[in-house]
Design a protein around this ligand. Structure first.
Ligand code: NAD
Length: 389
């Protein structure tokens, strides 16, 4: 790219899009990129994002090109890359507006509402001139999770047997938020986490139960605010994923990995701010349960305009954008490509369907006994097992 700063933009600048925009503004101010355009099809959101540009970026950035249509933005903004954080139902079409013109995209999770949409998206991406797509799972760039993965892969807890993953929102979803179901919208992060400690292999079975606990304002019409999902893998390991939208004690997340020789604990929080810890326990006999290692990472101080999840994950969101930019500079495939998008969505949507049918178990093999290897296989599988997924 001739040493010129990359020209970046953002389409979909609501709650999550403005977190990304803030990081893009900081990169622009450091001269690492040029933030040249932003867009949103909902006028009030675009105005609010313009206010953020004015507040943080000053008059220079407040004047960048604005669009209410992704096709127009893709055609005229001369972008080297774009972050798409529109509504989940718009991710595929908004991303394709850019990808079809060769502009790489960092698209928020989940990549689509349904597996059929995800399969269509993956098929279209494969036909486009530049196939670079990064899916926004910030946990991949989280320092505490990376330490845990390192301890696991270096055998410090022996062989993995089970894992437990928690994500509890402090507040209900915002007004106007579009959700494809509690599992696919939020517990998909837990699906990602559980798959990340198993080499991103698909589980062989998925089942879930959902509940609607009282004193909750279900603004997104999800019909449930607590979901428990169980996944098992071909090696026999088990994951329990606990997602909820109700936790008055603060935004909480964490995971435990239990192996034949020890245990790793990451996160789990009370309150709004504190250290993020990763702890490693091991030992046998009278040495059992000794803590043998620990790492600590700071949260990022939020302000009133930041969403609940900002303090815990702001550094990881910044790191995911840096990885995107690095991939753009090298014109290299991203770690988290569209394959991971459909795989996580498949598991999350099966869990959603299972939870809506009293815990039905889905075994992830095709009707002819073969494994699910592509997004098209996943769509065929879902078509065969259920009309609700
Ligand atoms: N990676 C993460 O941790 C994380 C966190 C939150 C959201 N997300 C994802 O980011 C995407 C955007 O989520 P968000 O929290 O920014 O949602 P949001 O509702 O704030 O904004 C998303 C889009 O919806 C539009 N919108 C909002 N209200 C609208 C209305 N009343 N009518 C029409 N359009 C409206 C906004 O303009 C914006 O384009 C989603 O796909 C979500 O799953 C990811």
């Amino acid at each position: 790219m001739n040493g010129e700063p990359l020209r970046l933009g953002a389409f979909g600048v609501g709650r999550m899009g403005q977190v990304h925009l803030e990081h893009l503004i900081a990169l622009h101010q450091r001269g690492e990129i040029e933030l040249v355009a932003m867009g949103d099809r909902f006028g009030p959101t675009l105005s609010s994002a313009a206010g953020l540009l004015n507040e943080l970026g000053g008059p220079d950035l407040a004047r960048i090109a604005r669009f209410d249509d992704p096709d127009a933005m893709a055609a005229t903004a001369r972008l080297n890359g774009v972050i798409v954080a529109s509504r989940t139902e718009d991710h595929a079409r908004d991303s394709l507006a850019f990808i079809r013109l060769g502009v790489p995209v960092l698209v928020e999770k989940p990549i689509a509402n349904t597996i059929a949409e995800a399969a269509e998206f993956c098929g279209r991406v494969a036909e486009c001139p530049n196939r670079l797509v990064q899916v926004g799972f910030q946990r991949h760039f989280d320092a505490a999770a990376l330490v845990a993965l390192d301890w696991l892969s270096s055998g410090r807890i022996g062989t993995l047997q089970q894992s437990h993953h928690v994500l509890q929102d402090k507040n209900p979803t915002p007004v106007g938020y579009q959700s494809c179901g509690i599992t696919a919208d939020m517990a998909i992060h837990l699906v990602f986490e559980a798959m990340s400690v198993r080499g991103f292999e698909l589980p062989c079975a998925v089942q879930a139960l959902r509940f609607n606990a009282p004193h909750y304002d279900d603004r997104a019409g999800e019909g449930a605010n607590v979901v428990h999902t169980f996944c098992t893998w071909a090696d026999g390991t088990v994951a329990h994923l606990w997602g909820s939208r109700i936790n008055s004690a603060g935004y909480d997340n964490g995971f435990k990995l239990i192996g034949t020789k020890g245990r790793i604990d990451v996160g789990e929080f009370v309150g709004d701010f504190g250290a993020i810890t990763a702890r490693l326990w091991s030992g046998f006999g009278d040495q059992r349960g000794r803590q043998i290692d620990e790492a600590q990472f700071p949260m990022t101080r939020p302000s009133a305009r930041h969403p609940d999840f900002y303090a815990r994950y702001a550094a990881a969101y910044a790191a995911e954008i840096s990885a995107f930019i690095d991939g753009l500079r090298r014109n290299a495939p991203f770690d988290l490509g569209p394959d991971l998008g459909w795989k996580t969505l498949l598991v999350a949507n099966l869990a959603e369907a299972s939870s809506r049918s009293g815990g039905r178990r889905f075994d992830l093999t095709q009707t002819d006994g073969s494994t699910i290897a592509t997004a098209a296989d996943a769509a065929a599988y879902v078509g065969a097992v259920s009309s609700q997924v």
